[in-house]
Design a protein around this ligand. Sequence first.
Ligand code: SF4
Length: 186
Amino acid sequence: MAFLNEVRIIKILPCLAMPERIRFIAEMDKDISEVMPYLNAVFEDAIYNHNGPYITLKKGDKLISVVGKQVSGSKIIDLKDAEELIKWFKAIVNQCYENRDSIKPNIERRKKLTPLDIFKLLPRTNCKKCGEPTCMAFAVKLVEEQKSILACAEIFSGRFNDKKKELIKTLVSAGYKVPSEFQEMS
Ligand code: SF4
């Protein structure tokens, strides 16, 4: 019997990074934390945080992020695309689990976020409340850990809750420090 059997979509939402696409939130029948170091070893472009643990994998331009039993997919074209991504994800989790004796697990964080990864999830109002002239300037400092997400008053104003959740999840997944009271999953 396979390690991971069921991944059930529970919510479809607009994609935050690409407004013309969708994202999904799904639940798995199993917590796959024990498989994450093997996925991190196999996928060179994985974003992994062993302290979560959290992992984000890429398939083409699509992203799939996992924590515990929850999976979210972004930059998805439609429901059929979401189902295909989930099918691929289940297959690679099960393959990694079955072959775990021949894979050297990797618990290192590999990828650093880029300013663009952050910028896409900011309110993009250039309101200057963070002390920076533009959201892109703030994104550059956030990536370099010279500024905290808490400095962006706009994202905590209540008007950008979806973006706030996605940004916090992205930061936590990549191993950035975010106060625990803000570490919530969407
Ligand atoms: S406070 Fe947030 S929204 Fe305003 S400029 Fe800074 S990063 Fe952009």
